[in-house]
Design a protein. Sequence first.
Length: 397
Amino acid sequence: MRHRRLSTALTAVALTAVTLTALPTAVPQPAEAASEWPAPRPAAAPDRSLAVVDSTMARYTPSAIGGWSYPVGLYLYGQYLTYRRTHDDRQLTYIKDYVDGFVKSDGSIDQAFNNLDSMQAGRLLVILHHETGDDRYRKAAGKIRDRLNTYPRTGDGGFWHADTAGRAHQLWADGVYMVNPFLVEYGKEFGDSVYAHDEAAKQLAVYGSHLQVANGLLRHAYDESRSASWADPETGLAPEHWCRAVGWYSMAITDVLDAIPADHPRRPQLIGIVRKLAADLEKYQDPATGRWFQVIDKGGQSDNWTETSCSSMFTYALSRGVQHGYLHPHFKAVARRGYQGVLAKLSTGADGRTELADISVGTNVGDYAYYIARTRATNDFHGLGAFLIMNEQLRGD
C-alpha cells in the first residue's frame, strides 16, 4: 500500500548472520522396501538473497556501511528488493537508518549533486517516502530533481558525468544508471512522470548514439571535446568495452523501458539499442563459465578474467528483457547460463557468512592493461548490489 507506515517494532532489531540453507541428506532405504516409502520431497532452494543481506547486515551497521555513495546505494536498493519479497522489517529499518544519517529533520541533505554518481542513492529517498509517507524524503529527493534543471549537458543534451573540469563534456555509460532509474521512480512517486519519462529516455538515447558501436557493445565513455587523454581524436570514444560500464547501461535501459509508456516516441529506438546489445552479449559470453569478461570482447587474452558484477547486470537485463518482450525468448537461456556462472562465485565462509568473489573495484576510464589490473575484490558493494538485483529477478527461474 502507498505510504505504508513503518511499524514501531522496526526500531529495535538484532542484526544476525545466516548461512545458506543446506540440502538435506536422503536416508538410504533397503531396495526391496523402496516401494513402501513415500518419494522424498524436493529440497527447498536456498534463499541466497536473504543469506547475502543477512551476512552484509552482520558485517556493517547502517552508520558503518559507508558514506552517501552509489555502491552503497546500489547494494541497499538490492536489499530493498529482497525486503519486498520477504517483508523482513529488519531490512527496511536498516535502509532507513542509513538514509537518516544524511537526511535532516527538515528534509535537507548535505549533498551538492554535482556528479551523477551522487544521485544514485536518491532511489532510497523515493523508496522511503513510498514506505513511510514522511515528507522530508520528498524534499531531499527534490534536491536531485531540481539540480537537473541546471546540470551541465553536451550539445545534444546528455548529462555530463560530473560538473568538474576533469569530467566536463564527458558521457560515461555508468552515468545513465546513476540518474535515470531514480528519475522515473521519482516521477511516478511525485507526479512528475511526463518530464521524467522524456528526460530518462532522451538520456539513454543520447548516450547510446555516442557509445554503441558497430559490434553492438558500448564503449566506456565519450568526450565531446576530444580533450581527455583516453579519447580518440576522431570519435571522442574511450578505447575499450569495460564490462561494468556496459552493465550499468544494460540495467538502466531495461528499467526505463519498464517505466515509460508503451507509446512513448523513443521506445522503438531504445528497444533497438537493447536488441543490438543483447546479440553481442550472447556472442561474447564465456562458454566455459557463462560469465562475461572484464574487457568484454577480448576474452581470448590470457590475462583477461570474468567479472561478477557485470555478469550479474547482464543476466538481470537479459532476463528482464525476455520477460517484458524486448528480447527474443531464446535469450532466457543466455540469462540462465549467466545466472549459474554468477552463483558459482558465491560461497559460504568459515564464519557462516556469504562470500561473493571476483568483483572489480571502482574504476575510471582507461586502456586494456588498466582494466585487467583492477583489484578483484570479494564482497564489494558493486557486486553485492548487482547480485541481489539479479537474484530477485531469476531466483524462481
